[in-house]
Ligand binder design. Structure first.
Ligand code: SF4
Length: 422
C-alpha cells in the first residue's frame, strides 16, 4: 500500500520517529452522489432493481406496470406536496408487494439489488397490520440517501444540524515538529494515519482506529497526542494514562445546570469521598452508586440541609424544589477536574497551539489534493483514495524539505515546487 510504503521509508530515514508527538483531527468527505429527496431515493431504488431483474431475464410480465411507473416515468419534483406524498406512498406499497411476490424466488431474492430494495424500504416505511406501507417520520442514522452510493451516510457537524453532509469522515494524524520553524522553512511534519470512517462515527472511535492502525504499521503510540474536545473523556484520559501516553486536549464542559453552580465550582476529592463547595463547606455524606446494567460506579456527594439552609449562596447553588445540594461524579472525576483546571492556565492555552496546526494540514489536503470530495463510490475505494492522498502529501512534503535543506546547504534561496492540480 502506497501510504504504508511511504511511511515506512520516512521511519527508516528518520523523518518520522517510531514514537513521537502527534496531533489528530477529523474532517468530512462528501460522497460521490447527487442529493436526492426520499421520494427520488425510493423510486431510483425501484428503478435500479427492475432494470437489474430485466437485464438478468427475470422480469415477470405482471411487473409491466412497475416498469412503466419507475423506469419509463419520472415525476416532476415541482409537483404539489400532496401529489409527491401520494407518489411516495405508492412507491412504498409497490415495494411491499414486490417483496411479497418475490418471496421464495431465489433468483430474485439473492440479488444485491433486492437486498438494497429491502433496506431502503425498511428505512422509509413500516408495514402496518393491514398490509400497508406507512411512511416513517424520519430516516434512521446510516440510511441510504442515494441507491447509487448506499455506503455514504448522512451526518451533521453541529448540534443545530445546519452543517450536514452525506459521505464519510477521515481521521488525519501527523507528527508535531518540536522546534519552531524558521521563516520559509517547509514543514518537517508527516502524516502518520488516514483512517476513513462512516460519517456519523465518533472521533473517540476514530482515535482508537488510528492508534490500532499505527501499531499495525510498526509505530509506537504517540507519547503525546494533541486533540480537540471531541476526543477527550474520562475514559479516554484514563486509557491514555494506563498506556503511558498523554492525551492533550480540552475536557468537555460539565452539563449546564441552569442558574446554579456546575460541578466545576466544587473542589471534589472523589478518592477521599468528599468535596468542598463554593461556600467552603465540606460535604456531609458520600454514597457509592453502581449501575446494575453497565457496572459503572458513580458517587453522590451531599451537603446537609442544615448547612445549605443558612448559606448565603443557596440561591446560586440549590435548584428549585431541593432542600440541599448534591453532586454526582464518576470514580475518575479527578482526571476531568484536573484537566478543566489546567485549561484555564496560559501554559495549556499555549500548548494547544500545537494542535491547531492540524487545521492547516487539513486545508492543505482539501485544497491541494481534493480530500473533501470522494472520487469513487463505496468506503473501500474512498479509503484507498484517502491513503493515496496521504502518501502524495508526505512525498511532496519530503521533497520540499529535501529541496530546502539542499538550498540551505548551498547558501541559496529556497526552491519552490509546483502546486499539484486540485
Ligand atoms: S448551598 Fe450548600 S453546598 Fe451550596 S455553597 Fe451553600 S453550603 Fe455549600
Amino acid at each position: 500500500m502506497a501510504f504504508e510504503a511511504v511511511l515506512d521509508y520516512l521511519v527508516e530515514q528518520g523523518w518520522v520517529p517510531k514514537r513521537s508527538r502527534q496531533r489528530l483531527d477529523s474532517t468530512h468527505v462528501r460522497g460521490l452522489l447527487s442529493a436526492m429527496s426520499r421520494l427520488e431515493c425510493v423510486r431510483e431504488t425501484l428503478r435500479l432493481f427492475l432494470e437489474d431483474v430485466e437485464a438478468a431475464g427475470f422480469l415477470p410480465e405482471t411487473w409491466a406496470a412497475y416498469w412503466n411507473r419507475y423506469v419509463e416515468t419520472k415525476p416532476d419534483q415541482r409537483l404539489k406536496a400532496p401529489v409527491l406524498e401520494a407518489l411516495f406512498a405508492q412507491a412504498g406499497q409497490d415495494m411491499l408487494v414486490i417483496q411479497k411476490e418475490t418471496a421464495g424466488n431465489d433468483a430474485l431474492v439473492k440479488r444485491p439489488s433486492f437486498a438494497l430494495l429491502q433496506r431502503v424500504f425498511l428505512e422509509n416505511y413500516t408495514p402496518d397490520p393491514q398490509g400497508n406501507a406507512q411512511k416513517t417520520r424520519a430516516q434512521p442514522t446510516g440510511a441510504v440517501h442515494n441507491p447509487h452510493e448506499p455506503e455514504a451516510q448522512w451526518s451533521s457537524k453541529s448540534t443545530t444540524k445546519d452543517k450536514t453532509w452525506v459521505g464519510y469522515k477521515v481521521q488525519v494524524c501527523e507528527t508535531v515538529q518540536e522546534q519552531p520553524r524558521a521563516a520559509g522553512e517547509p514543514t518537517a511534519n508527516f502524516l502518520t494515519s488516514m483512517v476513513t470512517q462512516n460519517a456519523p462515527a465518533s472521533d473517540k472511535a476514530g482515535m482508537a482506529e488510528v492508534l490500532a492502525e499505527q501499531q499495525g504499521l510498526g509505530l509506537s503510540a504517540p507519547c503525546v497526542l494533541y486533540v480537540d474536545g471531541a476526543y477527550v473523556s474520562t475514559a479516554a484520559l484514563d486509557e491514555a494514562r494506563e498506556q503511558g501516553r498523554e492525551l492533550r486536549g480540552p475536557a468537555p464542559a460539565s452539563p449546564d445546570r441552569g442558574k446554579v453552580f456546575t460541578v466545576e465550582a466544587f473542589d471534589v476529592q472523589v478518592e477521599q469521598r468528599h468535596a468542598i463547595c463554593p461556600g467552603a463547606q465540606r460535604s456531609s455524606n458520600c454514597s457509592r452508586l453502581e449501575s446494575q446494567s453497565t457496572g459503572q460506579v458513580d458517587f453522590r456527594i451531599e451537603w446537609s440541609q442544615r448547612v445549605c439552609s443558612d448559606c448565603p449562596l443557596r440561591r446560586q447553588c440549590v435548584s428549585e424544589g431541593q432542600n440541599h445540594r448534591t453532586l454526582v461524579v464518576g470514580s475518575l472525576h479527578s482526571l476531568l477536574q484536573g484537566r478543566r483546571r489546567e485549561m484555564k492556565t496560559d501554559a495549556f492555552k499555549k500548548e494547544m497551539h500545537r494542535r491547531n496546526g492540524i487545521e492547516g494540514t487539513q486545508s492543505e489536503l482539501v485544497r491541494g489534493y481534493g480530500l473533501r470530495q470522494a472520487r469513487y463510490r463505496g468506503q473501500a475505494k474512498v479509503r484507498l483514495q484517502n491513503y493515496l492522498i496521504g502518501a502524495a502529501c508526505n512525498i511532496r512534503r519530503l521533497f520540499r524539505r529535501l529541496t530546502w535543506l539542499a538550498t540551505q546547504a548551498c547558501g541559496g534561496g529556497a526552491v519552490d515546487l509546483p502546486t499539484p492540480a486540485s
